[in-house]
Design a protein around this ligand. Sequence first.
Ligand code: SF4
Ligand code: SF4
Length: 252
Amino acid sequence: HGKSIFIDTTRCTACRGCQVACKQWHDHEAVPTKQTGTHQNPPDLTPNNFKLVRFSEHKIDGHVHWLFFPDQCRHCLQPACKATADMYVEDAIVVDEATGIVVCTEKTKELTKEQCDEIIDSCPYNIPRRNEISGELVKCDMCIDRVQAGLVPMCVKSCCTGAMSFGEREDMLIKAKLRLTEAQAEIERPKSELETKIVCDVHKSCTILDEEDLGVIYFLEMPREMYHQYAGREIKPLNRADFLAGLAKPFK
Ligand code: SF4
Ligand code: SF4
């Protein structure tokens, strides 16, 4: 049920078209950035960047191998951000029933900075950011205005390599599983020596990220920790929201 984006990271060339298109659609101002010794720019998600192509560099058998990860809100089926926000300001974060899109509303302005920090901390993918000027908590809204008008999100529209697809969640899951099967079939017939090495690593590690719980589904060819710290869900210690939810349950 709902809408999903499927991101095949192996087709991403890091052109950053999606990152720019997202900024334009959301009228985000350009903020001057510094060169920080990496192609990733800006270095992290900001209140003006809901989408960020993350770069990571690895040496495999003496050859440099770049991994690209267009990072954004995963539109979790059970969003921890909303559960935490609801403890303080009900419906500051809402889930659109028809599409499953998770949206930060203007009511997030009523949250304190500490409460916003707690919400950010509860997100397994470290996504929301607080706009310190307006006091709002913001993140990707899957271009809900476009989706409701029957259009695809801007990032998907702008991607010319076919790394991103958008549609019904069931269809995106099928696409992701087909891609996994295809990658595993490729492993059976490696072509060169280097490819054999890379392909062997792939064999052990190509994966679909946390797909049962997310509205944004990623296909990866390498272990998740090789992309960035929050690529996949970490098993986090119990946070305050979970703790309080546990207390509210009746004893058996
Ligand atoms: Fe909320 Fe984080 Fe899930 Fe996005 S990825 S819906 S911000 S918990
Ligand atoms: Fe990668 Fe497509 Fe985004 Fe370009 S537009 S950075 S190819 S996902």
